[in-house]
Every structure is written in structure tokens, then in C-alpha cells.
Design a protein around this ligand. Structure first.
Ligand SMILES: Cc1cc2nc3c(=O)[nH]c(=O)nc-3n(C[C@H](O)[C@H](O)[C@H](O)COP(=O)(O)OP(=O)(O)OC[C@H]3O[C@@H](n4cnc5c(N)ncnc54)[C@H](O)[C@@H]3O)c2cc1C
Length: 401
């Protein structure tokens, strides 16, 4: 048996692989099950200096993802002794990862890609876990997908259910129960679910609370802090582009074509008469330093190095926007946000190379375990790590049986 707390990228993957390999699995999820198109109503963001983004619903934050499927931290994990190559390949196949096709690249995205090429920057088409045949091209991936064209953790939860997993929604897991020094179950309010294997996958802002309550170590927070920059370009229609159809790596992070909704209000406040369809934008996302904490209050600020990286990326983004035809006098930026909270129960601090804590039977399978800031979309890495961790659990179970 196994109890998995949380049903996002890590929890759904752990549940699926555990169920497929014959374990009785119970998933406990605090949020409700909602139609894909409504997921945007379930943001549970935290204003921590940098605004940290996540959703509380079945499927977790995968329900609002942009479908970006980059491998990350492969070398860093290998240096620690975790070779994810085969797991990445298997996960890419399971999620049907493919480069965003030509007909899903909008005019704004194309213009920015061409502009970046002209000024000599390396532009790559984004690999996506989006089914092009189902994509409705409304540009609203971050608010939920009406046709489930983009892979979400719901697909893995359904797979886990096919193998007998049970799912309880709208139930907050409060505490991991320990007996005789080993994991023994999970308490939700007045009810206890007993099991000798518990997987924490409540996300990097929640998982550390369970560890602290058990006097286990936690680690500071990364979030891949980002800023969006927009300029006025009448009728470009980028608000309907599939977001982040390409990426431009730079030393310190990545830059992506991206229309961000807040840009509209910020421009109007500045007196620029732009409608959403008149805005062209880019996101600058950095590999930030682990300068955040998730103790009594959640805090995340930028360091001097982070600020330098943000300025460097923003300078590139402004050059690309200008080359693409936007008027620099109209450029505005959004406040700082972070959509990849991670690292708070990282490998080598809170968990070992099998993603197990010092308490037998208690593991972590979510963004918390990432050893350093990915500076890139982490879903593939989180799933690949969950697959790897379940493989290790199964090997050990076989040895002990
Ligand atoms: C707008 C946006 C776009 C993104 N786009 C991409 C992208 O294109 N590609 C990519 O790779 N990454 C993307 N990300 C990041 C990615 O979605 C997250 O990094 C990933 O989902 C984190 O996985 P997780 O399992 O750690 O946490 P989550 O997916 O957040 O799952 C945690 C789950 O635990 C539940 N939970 C929390 N506390 C409890 C509790 N006490 N009891 C029970 N359940 C609990 C939550 O409700 C949630 O369902 C995006 C993020 C955002 C915000």
C-alpha cells in the first residue's frame, strides 16, 4: 500500500507508477476535481516578495501549465549519482512530447523569433506536451485548457485509477503519523489513513511543513523568478498565441515569447491605449539563488546576482521587442513572479538518492527535491524523478521479499 499526498506533477506520477507496479494507492488531494477550463479559478498564489504561483485542485499546478517540455538539471542530477536519461526518454514518450508545429506559432511569436535571429541570439522551437489536433489556440493555457489538449496530471491519475488507485479530493492532509520510528499513515482532520508507505507530493511550499513537524531538515526555496515585458504593437494578436512557443537561452536563464495579462492593465495605467491584441511580450526567467524560506511565513526575494540576471535578460528581451517593431517608449514590466517553486526538500538535504527521508517509509516526490533552480520548465524532471524513485522502491521491495 502507499498513500500519496498531493496530485500534481510529482504526486500523480508517483501514484501512477506505484499503482502500475502493483501497489494499492490512495491519493489525498486538498483541492476539488474541476473541468480543465476552470483550473484558473484555483490559483493559490502566495505574495512572498516574489509572487509564487501554484494551483490547489486535482492535477495540481499542471492544470495551468504552458505545456513546455524541456529536460532540466540532467547534468546536476548525474553529478549527484542520479542518471535520468532513460526516465526522461520514457516520460517524453508517455507525454507525446513534440515541437510546437508551424501552424500553432502565432504572428507575434514568429515575429519575436525572427527578430531574435536577426540580432544573433539562439532561438529554439519549444517542445510541448500539447496535442496540436486538439489545441483551440485561445492563448489561455495558464487559465486551464477547455479541450484537455495539453497533458495534465489528471491523465496519470486516471491511469493510476485503472490500476486500482483511490482518490480522495477536498481533503487536507495534516500530518504524517509515525509509529516505532517508521511512517504509519496520514491524518486528515479526525481521520487517520493507515499505511506504511507515505509519499509527500504537496508541492515545494507545502511539503516542507510536513518535514519540519517531524524534525526532518528542509532547505531554502528557489522559484525561477520571472518578469514579463511588453510593448505596443497594434493588432499583433499575440494574446491568442500558444504561449512560449520558443525559447532563447542566455547565461542565467531563458527568454520566451509570452503575452502576460497584467501587461494590459499596466500599459493602460501608463496612458498607453493598448487593447490585449495590441501587446507583444516576452518573459525573462532566471535560475535564481536559494534565498527563500518556507517556515512560519513564506518569503522569497531577489539577491544581487538575481537582479543582475533579470537585468541582463530584460536587456536582451527589450532589444528583441524593439527589433520586432514595438515602440520602446511603451515598454512596461510586470511585478516579479515565480511559477516554479522548488528545492525545499532537496536531494542531499531532506532526502537521499532514492528520494527517501531518514524516516523509513517516508519519501518525497515533487518539486521540493530538485537540487538547484532549474531555470526551465520542471514538470518533465519531476515526473522522471518520480519514475526513478518508484523503480528504486520496487527494487528494494523485491530484495526484501
Ligand atoms: C502558470 C504556470 C505555468 C507553468 N507552465 C509550466 C510548463 O509549461 N512546463 C513545466 O514544466 N512547468 C510549468 N509550470 C510549473 C509546474 O506546473 C510545477 O513546477 C509543477 O506542477 C510542480 O509539481 P508539484 O508536484 O511539485 O506540485 P503541484 O503540481 O503544485 O501539486 C501539489 C498538489 O498538492 C496538493 N496539496 C497541497 N497541500 C496539500 C495537503 N496538505 N493535503 C493534500 N493535498 C495537498 C495541491 O492542491 C496540489 O494539487 C507552470 C507553473 C505555473 C504556475
Amino acid at each position: 500500500m502507499a498513500i500519496v499526498i498531493g496530485s500534481g506533477a510529482g504526486g500523480a506520477a508517483a501514484a501512477r507508477y506505484l499503482a502500475e507496479s502493483g501497489h494499492d494507492v490512495l491519493i489525498i488531494e486538498r483541492g476539488p476535481e474541476v473541468p480543465g477550463k476552470d483550473a484558473g479559478h484555483y490559483y493559490a498564489n502566495v505574495d512572498a516578495g516574489v509572487r509564487l504561483m501554484r494551483t490547489f485542485c486535482l492535477g495540481g499546478t499542471t492544470m495551468v501549465s504552458g505545456g513546455n517540455a524541456l529536460r532540466c538539471l540532467e547534468e546536476e542530477l548525474k553529478a549527484l549519482g542520479i542518471d535520468l536519461r532513460d526516465h526522461y526518454a520514457a516520460v517524453e514518450k508517455e507525454l507525446d512530447v513534440q515541437l510546437l508545429p508551424d501552424d500553432l506559432l502565432g504572428d507575434g511569436t514568429r515575429r519575436l523569433m525572427d527578430a531574435a535571429c536577426r540580432i544573433g541570439l539562439p532561438v529554439h522551437r519549444m517542445p510541448k506536451f500539447i496535442n496540436p489536433d486538439l489545441c483551440c489556440k485561445d492563448g489561455l493555457c495558464a487559465f486551464g485548457c477547455p479541450f484537455d489538449a495539453r497533458w495534465s496530471a489528471i491523465k496519470f491519475i486516471r491511469k493510476a485509477e485503472e490500476f486500482g488507485a483511490r482518490v480522495i479530493t477536498e481533503r487536507v492532509a495534516d500530518e504524517v503519523i509515525i509509529r516505532h520510528g517508521e511512517a504509519a499513515g496520514v491524518r486528515c482532520g479526525n481521520e487517520i489513513f493507515w499505511d506504511d508507505r507515505v509519499v509527500l507530493a504537496a508541492g515545494a511550499l507545502e511539503t516542507p511543513g510536513f518535514l519540519t513537524a517531524l524534525s526532518l531538515p528542509t532547505a531554502p526555496l528557489f522559484a525561477d523568478t520571472f518578469v514579463s515585458i511588453g510593448g505596443y504593437l497594434p493588432d499583433i494578436g499575440m494574446n491568442r498565441d500558444v504561449p512560449m512557443g520558443a525559447y532563447i537561452p542566455f547565461d542565467g536563464g531563458i527568454i520566451l515569447p509570452h503575452y502576460s495579462r497584467p501587461l494590459h492593465a499596466i500599459m493602460n495605467d501608463k496612458g498607453i491605449p493598448a487593447q490585449p491584441e495590441d501587446i507583444i511580450g516576452m518573459m525573462v526567467k532566471i535560475r535564481d539563488e536559494d534565498f527563500g524560506s518556507v517556515h512560519e511565513t513564506i518569503q522569497k526575494n531577489v539577491t544581487v546576482r538575481d537582479a543582475g540576471r533579470l537585468i541582463c535578460g530584460s536587456t536582451y528581451a527589450a532589444s528583441i521587442l524593439t527589433e520586432a517593431g514595438a515602440d520602446p517608449a511603451t515598454f512596461v514590466t510586470t511585478p516579479l513572479r515565480g511559477s516554479h517553486p522548488c528545492g525545499t526538500a532537496r536531494i542531499g538535504v531532506s532526502v537521499d538518492l532514492n528520494l527517501e527521508t531518514a524516516i523509513p517509509g517516508l519519501s518525497v516526490c515533487d518539486a521540493s527535491v530538485l537540487p538547484s533552480a532549474p531555470g526551465a520548465p520542471p514538470i518533465l524532471a519531476i515526473i522522471a524523478l518520480a519514475r526513478y524513485a518508484v523503480e528504486k522502491m520496487n527494487v528494494r521491495d523485491q530484495r526484501n521479499s
